[in-house]
Design a protein around this ligand. Structure first.
Ligand code: ZN
Length: 136
């Protein structure tokens, strides 16, 4: 099949076009010719264009929210680790297909996740050491 947005030849079951990162199916909510008028892909249009939410890069988006909520006490540690993992996965997807965006979201996820992994991880280790030394 051909992508509706950029006319690239793609696999029939693709939900995201590897060329332009858009939905290759005609979107009934858009004007019929909107997809055709747009340029095929625009890598120069970076993440900085007005804080666009990277819907096409769910890993980066989830990493972003996990990274933010990893600041919560107790459960934060269990959010911080997947935030780093998903952030790295989101960045790899972004490198493969720049049109999906999300490098800023992934970066925030990795940054916050790494900080809170160290913070909560350190506190947990400190707590264990304290508990062990107190037993003697
Ligand atoms: Zn396309």
């Amino acid at each position: 099949m051909k992508c509706f947005a950029c006319k690239a030849e793609i696999q029939d079951y693709s939900s995201i076009c590897p060329q332009c990162g858009k939905d290759p199916q005609p979107n009934p909510y858009e004007a019929p010719n909107a997809g055709w008028a747009r340029p095929a892909s625009n890598p120069s249009e970076g993440d900085a264009t007005g804080g666009i939410i990277p819907y096409k890069n769910p890993k980066a988006l989830i990493a972003y929210y996990l990274g933010i909520f990893s600041g919560l006490p107790f459960i934060g540690f269990f959010l911080a680790v997947p935030a780093v993992v998903l952030g790295i996965m989101g960045l790899r997807d972004r490198t493969r297909n720049p049109a999906i965006k999300g490098s800023i979201h992934a970066g925030i996820g990795i940054g916050c996740g790494a900080i809170f992994t160290l913070l909560w991880g350190g506190l947990i280790i400190l707590f264990i050491i304290t508990a062990l030394t107190r037993g003697r």
